[in-house]
Design a binder for this molecule. Structure first.
Ligand code: AQP
Length: 343
């Protein structure tokens, strides 16, 4: 390694996270990720939020639908309270340094590490051989997304914890192999009751935007009637709600609905159980539906307004990408120097 390469040992706190436009936003994305993004925006730390379109194409995406979903996620960010003047908002493919650092990390990450990624196993199922190489390698690109900004904190839902840990392993191996202290050990920020929102049809599987059943999820664009209907039809059990968390043992669907109720109010499960304990689902579900509509309607109304102004969204993303490049490019160039690439 060249002695001239500047290394860094103290990292300025910086937040990075993203959502992939593989469909419309769900309540899971909102409670597990976007709500946290908004909380962190005001914390005095620089915040960078990306629409990770390069991750979306790890499974087939119709090009015009990908453009639409990219704008919808950007609209969801803004409508939920992310301010393009306070946070950097952009889509990943506009900053080519993500792909470039991703390649370097493909050469740092080990096949054995990737083989342990549970999300690939879940998504690929029995058809692993037929999946794209990109789906298998995507956690390494995710590490590049984060480390390209020397991000120290990544707000994510529970399902992404393993990938942030892999990011730390990649950073540590890079630093060790090249004898530098260049990439930070990023911390996942997994907080609140909404870190793992489950399907409304099956309390043991995650609410996902690509689930074949629309009834399994609440989309951020669903209207009040649809939200109420989906909650009314959500799978439950015949018992009343308990007043203490122990009473939710073995009741995945009941736990999920109470979690959603708590998270929408920014409270913990323990804080809301005394209020809802003893209620039958016939009473609780309409109350939950009213709360969900109350919280989501202003967001979906603003999303619809923004989606009618695609040029406005595109301009925000272009401007955000310029700001992102200003941070990313020097870090990429220093990485090339460390690795020994002549430029
Ligand atoms: N159900 C969920 N509960 C809590 N957090 C969730 N997140 C996703 N689903 C839930 C969080 O949202 C962020 C963005 O996720 P993503 O869209 O990049 O990828 P994903 O986790 O694979 O989301 P989906 O909806 O399941 O997408 P598909 O169906 O296309 O794979 C992450 O922080 C994630 O934790």
């Amino acid at each position: 390694m060249s002695d001239e390469v500047q290394t860094q040992s103290a990292f300025t706190p910086r937040v990075f996270s993203g959502i992939k436009p593989s469909g419309g936003l769900t309540l899971g994305n909102y409670l597990g990720a976007i709500k946290r993004f908004v909380d962190m925006q005001g914390s005095g730390i620089e915040t960078i939020y990306c629409v990770v379109d390069m991750h979306a194409i790890t499974v087939w995406q119709d090009p015009s639908e990908l453009r639409r979903a990219t704008r919808e996620i950007a609209a969801g960010y803004i409508a939920s309270g992310l301010d393009p003047e306070q946070s950097i908002l952009f889509n990943q493919s506009q900053v080519s340094a993500h792909a470039e650092l991703g390649w370097i990390f493909n050469c740092v990450a080990r096949v054995g590490w990737m083989n342990r990624m549970t999300q690939f196993k879940e998504k690929a199922g029995k058809n692993a051989e037929k999946q794209s190489l990109g789906l298998y390698a995507y956690p390494s690109l995710m590490a590049a997304d984060i480390l390209l900004y020397h991000a120290t904190q990544v707000p994510v839902g529970e399902d992404q914890k393993q990938h942030v840990e892999l990011t730390r392993d990649i950073a540590a191996k890079f630093n060790h192999d090249y004898k530098v202290d260049f990439f930070p050990e990023t911390e996942p920020v997994i907080q609140g009751a909404g870190t793992r929102i489950m399907s409304l049809r099956d309390g043991t599987s995650k609410m996902s935007k690509s689930d074949v059943s629309d009834a399994s999820r609440i989309n951020m664009t669903d209207d009040a009637d649809k939200i109420a209907k989906k909650i009314r039809k959500a799978k439950t059990d015949p018992d009343a709600l308990p007043s203490e968390a122990a009473g939710l043992e073995g009741r995945a669907e009941a736990r999920n609905l109470v979690n959603i109720y708590a998270s929408l109010q920014g409270k913990t499960l323990e804080e809301v159980l005394p209020e809802v304990g003893g209620m039958q689902f016939g009473t609780f579900k309409p109350m939950l539906a009213d709360l969900a509509v109350d919280k989501l309607a202003p967001i979906s109304t603003e999303m619809a307004r923004l989606m009618d102004q695609p040029d406005e969204i595109d301009a925000i993303l272009i401007k955000g990408a310029e700001k992102a490049r200003e941070i990313a490019q020097p870090i990429l160039e220093r990485t090339y120097d460390i690795v020994g690439m002549l430029r």
